[in-house]
Design a binder for this molecule. Structure first.
Ligand SMILES: [Zn+2]
Length: 535
């Protein structure tokens, strides 16, 4: 391997010293060692000075190999996972050269060298996201195997006859994740890539980006529709004065003075790099505001309160886990400060206010995250001394497992780890009474497996949103509102076939439910690890 030479502005500092990274690279031109003239075509330009961008440093190893350093979260150097940057100024010789249909000249290797985690889905086949200006959607088709180092051109003139294969990520065989002796034995993710168009700007990211601005435009578009069952308000502001949005989705009848409310409270993006959280959340919102018969029934019976982006500063800045000031907000629920954690403080105040309102029954709290080492969607729940409550808590994830092929009940677990004490799920689980259930909903950054197979299916943006839709419709099953929907002409097809859920209906709450009487074995009924029960 070529000796590594540093060409970044921080040249001369310790290779692994993240303190040397002060911010994102800004149109940073990589010049060969010893080169003093004006940059030429082919001297790659790296940039991460845009919303949710992250790339802190570039070291050139050789003409076609680059070490890339993730910029640590602001005010917290411990977290280095999210990356999102562009590359441009590719020259002809770096562009793909097809010697014959089965041989492609490999042109560029990128090594991401300073991840703060060692365990990663890269071991399981995860690959970075890529798009380019002429193919601006992350959802891309990619050429047949002999060309798969690059994006599909999506044109009929493509010599590779594109369109035979659909992928959204780089092919896993071009991605390597290994412990590297050159980087203090840190784990390095290397990937090979061929640029195929000189004029294009290429963008690479850890996962599908979902920015604060995108989110604001999405909410603006919903507001313009003037739906009488959708309400948007500003619950507070972040440290950098960004909006903390709160949505209320329910039938106007439920908002009458003195009306009793059953509330489902949903939050997302407390960890800013966990972008799948926003896609799942958007899936929930899109479904709940739709004219689908199930959505109409849910709006009649429930009040959905949704704060989809709890950490707007972190999202904007391109952090992975922390806020602007370096706080992991999901560890500060016990005592959030109005000046250091204003968004968290605002949400907590609202929840406590609702909890103290005798007309309001806060029945569910779900906080949506993404997981960097696990497959599928799954949940974390709480452990209660009250066995009945503990078992009833398992009902929603079991029902969700019936509705969502990517949701795994066997990966769902319940804990009271000390390190999780400051999380929303743990804090609210301790605060709210026995009729409330608090969960963390996790979804893999990478993939899911479908029952009966072991093949990993990479998540698409649409698949994340579909999980959100399935979360929403599971409330219909939970509250046993299905008969209300059956009166409507359009039936909702079940997404999956299989045996009925193994829980006892007597454990269900809602108008038709009896009081729980199950006293079964907690381990066998709730915390089992038998994969056959996953689907
Ligand atoms: Zn998280």
């Amino acid at each position: 391997m070529a000796e590594r030479s540093q060409t970044a502005p921080e040249a001369g500092s310790d290779m692994g010293n993240d303190d040397a990274i002060g911010g994102n690279v800004s149109k940073y031109v990589v010049l060969p060692t010893g080169y003093c003239g004006q940059p030429k075509k082919g001297h790659l330009i790296f940039d991460a000075c845009f919303e949710s961008g992250n790339l802190g440093r570039v070291d050139q190893v050789s003409e076609f190999e680059f070490d890339l350093f993730i910029r640590p979260d602001t005010c917290n150097p411990r977290f280095r996972v999210w990356f999102n940057f562009t590359v441009e100024n590719v020259k002809e010789s770096q562009v793909r050269e097809i010697v014959d249909p089965f041989s492609v000249v490999l042109r560029v290797i990128f090594n991401i060298v300073n991840f703060s985690k060692t365990k990663s889905l890269y071991r399981d086949g995860m690959a970075p996201m890529v798009k380019s200006t002429s193919r601006p959607k992350w959802t891309q088709q990619i050429c047949p195997p002999w060309m798969i180092f690059t994006l599909c051109c999506l044109e009929s003139s493509c010599p590779g006859k594109c369109g035979t294969q659909t992928r959204q990520r780089l092919p896993p065989k071009n991605v390597y994740y290994y412990r590297c002796p050159d980087h203090r034995k840190n784990y390095v993710m290397s990937f090979a890539f061929c640029f195929d168009r000189e004029e294009d700007i290429y963008q690479f990211a850890y996962c599908y980006p979902y920015t604060y601005t995108r989110f604001q435009h999405y909410l603006d578009s919903l507001q313009k529709r003037n739906m009488d069952y959708f309400f948007r308000e500003q619950l507070g502001q972040s440290v950098q004065q960004r909006q903390l949005d709160l949505l209320t989705i329910t039938s106007p009848d439920n908002l009458r003075e003195g009306a009793e409310q059953k509330v489902v409270f949903i939050t997302g993006r407390v960890h800013p790099g966990e972008t799948p959280s926003s896609f799942v959340c958007q899936g929930i919102i899109d479904f709940l505001i739709s004219q689908h018969p199930i959505a109409r029934v849910l709006r009649e019976h429930l009040v959905f309160k949704i704060a989809p982006m709890l950490n707007p500063d972190g999202v904007y800045l391109g952090n992975y886990r922390c806020s602007l000031m370096g706080f992991d907000l999901n560890r500060h629920w016990l005592d959030p400060s109005p000046w250091a954690h204003p968004t968290l403080h605002g949400v907590k105040q609202l929840i406590i206010q609702m909890y103290n309102d005798p007309k309001t029954s806060l029945e569910f709290y779900i906080d949506i995250h993404a997981h960097s080492t696990m497959m599928n969607g799954f949940m974390y729940g709480n452990i209660f001394e009250d066995e009945e409550r503990f078992q009833r808590q398992a009902v929603f994830p079991k029902l969700l497992c019936q509705n969502a092929e990517d949701f795994s009940y066997s990966s769902t677990s319940f804990n009271r780890d000390a390190v999780k004490a400051g999380t929303g799920r743990r804090f609210l689980g301790g605060l709210l009474d026995h009729t409330s259930y608090c969960y963390t909903l996790e979804v893999s950054f990478y993939s899911y497996t479908i029952g009966g197979t072991t093949a990993a299916v990479p998540y698409t943006e649409e698949a994340y949103m579909k999980l959100g839709r399935n979360v929403a419709r599971t409330f219909l099953d939970y509250y046993r509102l299905n008969p209300m929907v059956e009166k409507v002409a359009i039936p909702m097809p079940r997404l999956r076939k299989g045996k009925p859920p193994s829980y006892k209906h007597s454990l269900l709450r809602g108008p038709a439910s009896n009081h729980p009487n199950g006293k079964g074995d907690k381990k066998s009924s709730v915390n089992h690890k038998d994969p056959s029960n996953s689907f």
